[in-house]
Design a protein around this ligand. Structure first.
Ligand code: TRP
Length: 468
């Protein structure tokens, strides 16, 4: 078995050599671009290696002559995972192969070094999403930190497509993380609610989409954002009221061809023209001049976008256009997907009630859903489980705990006990239920306290508590 003519052993040796090269470049404090390029090649070699051997590369463990089972390919029929703004699918129970995605999308891995650096610059313990690789990929984060260290501030931009009233726990991931970033860096945040996008893509009325935007805003506000530092906007409202925003949309539209969006998003000749021009609207908030009330007309404030990796196509386009219209490229932090209850082959989806824990679920519903639907990596009988142990890598209850359980040591103990068979599936699920119930109840309490008046405040274009 070979890739591009290389045998497994040759690949292994190439990988080992590349690993050495990365380490020596880092030790020598080589140019960042050179280090990044070397890491990118290393990741690509790892992906090739896994493709050929069916196993992860481990330094010091050369492939055995017979180990050419090619798991991964037979797992998903040799096809690539599907990841775009509308679909997420893989055939692997462990979920999407994120290393492969980094290579395919050309982004960079969030490695330990970057996590350490975020800790140093922010002076705070890194959020568990960083410690556990849930935010796993980035573009230009080092640049943002370099500038921040030189007292050059930046702002955060994230968003949500309000396609229904019902938000699920997976939807909170980017907001929980964005809130942490806002707190530790003390910077402005803009949140785009793309009610226009949902109208264009779904069979919904404009009024419904706009109403969902306001309803979703309540769930977002319930995450604890500071009204003095946060602007939430509906596209349907803000686009028409802000000449500066619309000017940026038009600038982007002029610099992207139909061919390009077809290539990036897969639009076809029969898609409505609203869809074809929409990416410019998701791009505009990445430029500070779209918010003159916040940035006093400055067009050079750097933007950082925390989002799930499926939104990257929009921002690849945005980054490509930015220098051509005289703006800085936005930086990005990408998260993995929040797995469906049925397993990590796809993400949680609000349109499938059984795949999701909703923010409106009662403690009893949470308990029933987890017990009934959460895919288990445990064994069929207690005897077998005690003897052979469970597999946390494909176990949805364990995966959810990695998102929500704060204590690293406790989580590691659960992993070990589950793997060794000391901990049973039912016990693991119980821990998840006991983590989720108070969390969702607290969210519901917070949401109840969000009044229409508060929503209006957050959604009014106004100066924030920052001097630009
Ligand atoms: N398109 C996104 C969705 O459907 C919403 C969105 C708009 C967004 N701007 C964003 C998400 C910026 C993340 C970051 O959910």
């Amino acid at each position: 078995m070979s890739v591009g003519g290389a045998t497994t052993m040759e690949l292994y040796e190439q990988l080992t050599a590349q690993g050495d090269k990365v380490r020596s470049l880092k030790t020598a404090k080589a140019d960042k671009a050179d280090v990044d390029a070397a890491i990118q090649l290393l990741l690509k070699l790892k992906v090739d290696y896994k493709e050929v051997t069916g196993q992860d590369y481990k330094a010091g463990c050369p492939p055995s002559g017979t180990a050419v089972s090619n798991d991964r390919q037979s797992e998903n029929g040799g096809e690539e995972d599907t990841v775009d703004p509308w679909n997420v699918a893989t055939n692997s129970a462990k979920g999407v192969d994120y290393d492969k995605l980094i290579v395919r999308f050309g982004s960079s891995k969030i490695d330990q070094e970057l996590v350490d650096r975020i800790e140093k610059v922010s002076g705070q313990k890194p959020h568990r999403f960083l410690r556990r690789g849930i935010f796993f990929s980035h573009r230009d984060m080092n640049q943002v930190l370099d500038a921040y260290e030189k007292q050059k501030s930046f702002y955060l931009y994230t968003g949500r497509g309000p396609s229904s009233q019902a938000m699920h726990v997976g939807h909170l991931i980017p907001f929980v993380f964005t809130k942490w970033l806002q707190d530790v860096f003390d910077i402005p945040l803009v949140i785009q609610l793309t009610d226009d996008e949902k109208y264009l893509w779904k069979d919904l009325s404009l009024e419904d989409c706009h109403r969902f935007a306001e309803e979703n805003a309540k769930d977002i506000i319930a995450c604890g954002f500071d009204v003095n530092k946060t602007f939430i906007f509906s596209d349907l409202d803000y686009m028409g009221s802000s000449p500066e925003f619309y000017r940026n949309v038009v600038k982007v539209q002029k610099h992207v061809t139909f061919n390009q969006v077809k290539g990036i998003f897969g639009f076809s000749d029969s898609d409505c023209i609203g869809k074809i021009s929409f990416p410019a609207i998701q791009a505009a908030p990445a430029f500070s001049s779209s918010f003159p009330q916040i940035f006093k007309g400055r067009k050079d404030v750097q933007c950082l976008i925390p989002c799930a990796i499926d939104q990257d196509p929009y921002f690849r386009m945005t980054r490509d256009v930015a220098p051509r219209i005289g703006y800085p490229k936005p930086a990005l932090l990408h998260s993995t997907f929040f797995p469906a209850l049925q397993g990590a082959q796809t993400k949680m989806s609000a349109s499938d009630a059984n795949s999701s824990i909703f923010l409106t679920d009662t403690p009893k519903q949470i308990k029933n859903k987890v017990n009934k639907h959460a895919f288990s990596g445990g064994k069929d009988t207690i005897e077998e489980h005690r003897e052979q142990g469970g597999n946390p890598d494909i176990d949805v209850a364990f995966m959810y705990l990695t998102f929500f359980m704060e204590d690293d040591e406790q989580l590691e103990k659960i992993r070990q006990d589950y793997t060794s068979g000391i901990l049973l599936t039912g016990e693991l699920k119980k821990m998840l239920i006991e983590t989720l119930q108070p969390m969702i109840t607290a969210h519901q309490e917070n949401r109840k306290n969000v009044t229409d008046e508060m929503v209006k405040q957050f959604m009014t274009p106004r100066p924030l508590n920052f001097n630009f």
